[in-house]
Design a protein around this ligand. Structure first.
Ligand code: ACM
Length: 620
């Protein structure tokens, strides 16, 4: 009797401490209360906040509730209200973007220091709903972000996405409390932003010949460049405002001096050799040597010694700075090929005259000039970690992508850093077994993404602005597929950049993620469920081909067969590594939960497994 009582007390206590919720990113603190709020057909909005940002946020709440059959009406009342207020005296721990949210039997009470906190609180409130009920559990939430910069990058050069498509991307990321959209607007495959003073950038640079897929043929003689698009100033202003209304700042990227083929197709005189060029339709024009070195077979780099290049950059950033109200402008800086600089005598002469030792220093000279131009427009420069090479420009922030080391170096130099390493945050990489994914050269699954920690050991966290994941779109031609590649890995990044490190818990995260799968399904929005598939790892032992399987779902089991029987659910439950017998066999494997298959059925030929020996598994 006494034990039962103690157990009940313990359950109540744990429930208070860690009540189950489905919020992503998980809040700083959540406690359930023994009550619930039931929505009527009308909900009264009680708020004195009049600023335009908050009004935009209320309108979004109104739309959300309306889709659930609940009308939001501005009215004072003691009950059936959502009371939204700004703190008269700022609550220090909430800073700019935090909020407190309380759901009682009678009312919902949301408060914050700033409108952006109100926005984030509204996103949490939306996630308290289930798909089918107009009732939410009583709770008290205190929540605020761990980092200021919580970003996703969208590459619109490799594939162009329309204004409406970009807006859907913004919609979804705002629900997960991302606050930066890094917009990769220019690259070798298309220049996407209208620059009125340089009209050829979009007349020529925004268009390429049409190819299905990537790595196809170069443009053929007389082939018309009809594929592409760009955003006009009006469209950009519209998107910037749309993002602002969702607490998102857009950081535009103009990638220079490398990745500039589209610009050079428009203005070839800005290159070293000044040869005519075309916008690349994705044909290969580079060679990569596996150790980070490469060669560009076509010149795609601006000439850093030509004053006309700086006039060009000044014109571009003048308009970019006018269009984007945020503090940062991204100048790219990555993967600039120096070969054409090295072999040009005029450039060598320039370097001698200016006492520039090598082409790294020449790139640094370029970065410093560009940084000054950006600063002259009242903005701060951020660039990929190559901008460290040859000396980092004063005041520039660094986006660390080649692992964390660039970020560590920049933080040690007391520069601001955004961590965005390939190892945890590249969303173009495959997220499941390559037999069922669009095959590209690298893998990153949800579990690995979830281990992303933006602050390396020994680094002062005050220099780490935050973290970001990048969606490069060479192999992503449509927005539905962009969603598939972004989610759910963006959930993991959102927790890395919003939630306290101490709140990390894979089992809890994956449970909440599965609920969000249902929400995406109900919303007809793609999301990858690759995390539900088994992870396959093969190795050799005593000359035998051995196979290990792992599932990432706490209560799931894995079934498999190696004798070509089918279907797999009547096969064998995985318990330990097993041998794949010699002969014409296939591994068939699938995960199950509560007697139902949950992941995809993987069917992998022995010959394919044999080739994988020595490869690292996703994570074990
Ligand atoms: C990059 O992935 N080249 C920044």
């Amino acid at each position: 009797m006494k034990t039962n009582f103690l157990i009940i007390l313990l359950v109540l206590f744990l429930n208070q401490m860690y009540g189950q919720h489905n919020i992503i990113p998980t809040p700083v603190s959540y406690t359930t209360t023994e009550t619930s709020f039931t929505f009527q057909n009308e909900l009264y909005l009680n708020s004195k906040i009049k600023d335009s940002e908050a009004t935009a946020y209320f309108n979004l709440l109104r739309e959300f509730l309306s889709a659930k059959g609940i009308k939001l009406i501005e009215k004072k009342s003691k009950k059936n209200c959502i009371k939204i207020s700004l703190n008269k005296k700022a609550d220090a721990q909430l800073r700019d973007e935090g909020y407190t949210l309380e759901v009682t039997k009678d009312n919902i009470i949301l408060s914050a220091n700033k409108a952006s906190g109100i926005f984030n609180g509204i996103q949490t409130l939306k996630q308290l709903f289930s798909l089918d009920k107009k009732e939410i559990s009583g709770c008290k939430i205190t929540d605020y972000p761990r980092f200021k910069w919580r970003g996703l990058m969208l590459d619109v050069s490799r594939h162009f996405f329309t204004v409406d498509e970009v807006k859907t991307y913004i919609d979804k990321m705002s629900e997960y409390k991302f606050n930066v959209l890094h917009w990769h607007l220019t690259d070798d495959n298309g220049w996407r932003i209208e620059i009125k003073s340089l009209p050829k950038l979009t007349e020529v640079g925004a268009w390429r010949v049409k190819r299905i897929g990537w790595n196809g043929k170069a443009p053929q003689p007389n082939e018309k460049a009809t594929d592409g698009g760009f955003y006009t100033h009006e469209q950009i202003k519209d998107i910037v405002k749309y993002a602002q209304d969702r607490n998102i700042t857009i950081v535009p990227e103009i990638d220079v001096p490398g990745h500039s083929l589209a610009a050079l197709a428009a203005y070839p005189e800005l290159s070293v050799k000044k040869e005519p060029k075309y916008v690349s339709p994705g044909n290969r024009f580079s060679e990569w040597y596996g150790d980070g070195t490469f060669k560009m077979l076509i010149e795609n780099t601006l000439n850093p010694t030509d004053e006309k290049v700086y006039d060009f950059i000044d014109k571009v950033f003048t308009e970019v700075a006018q269009l984007f109200p945020g503090k940062y402008i991204h100048m790219g800086g990555d993967e600039a090929y120096h070969g054409y600089w090295e072999e040009n005598t005029a450039i060598q002469k320039f370097m001698k005259k200016h006492k520039i030792k090598d082409t790294h220093e020449l790139q640094s000279y370029f970065v410093q000039r560009v940084e000054k131009i950006i600063a002259s427009k009242g903005k701060k420069t951020i660039g990929w970690d190559e901008i460290l090479e040859g000396g980092l420009a004063k005041g520039a922030a660094v986006m660390s992508w080649r692992g964390m080391k660039g970020g560590i170096e920049a933080a040690k130099l007391k520069h601001e850093v955004v961590m965005s390493p390939t190892t945890f945050a590249y969303f173009d990489y495959m997220q499941g077994d390559e037999t069922v994914e669009n095959k590209i050269y690298a893998k990153l699954n949800l579990e690995k993404t979830y281990t992303f920690e933006p602050v390396p050991d020994g680094i002062d966290s005050k220099y780490i602005l935050g973290g970001q994941a990048n969606l490069w779109t060479e192999h992503i031609a449509t927005m539905p597929f962009a969603f598939y590649m972004t989610y759910p890995r963006a959930f993991a990044i959102s927790e890395a950049v919003w939630s306290p490190k101490a709140n990390k818990n894979w089992d809890d995260f994956i449970k909440r993620t599965q609920t969000h799968f249902n929400w995406f399904d109900a919303n007809n929005t793609n999301i990858s469920k690759a995390v539900l598939d088994p992870i396959v790892h093969v190795y050799k032992e005593n000359n035998k081909l051995m196979c290990e399987l792992k599932n990432s779902i706490p209560n799931a089991t894995i079934q498999y067969s190696i004798d070509n029987t089918y279907p797999v659910q009547f096969g064998t439950k995985y318990t330990e590594a097993f041998e794949i017998p010699e002969g014409n066999f296939k591994l068939r494997t699938q995960t199950f939960e509560n007697g139902k298959s949950i992941g995809r059925l993987l069917i992998i030929d022995r010959t394919v497994l044999e080739k994988r020996v020595g490869e690292k598994p996703f994570s074990f």
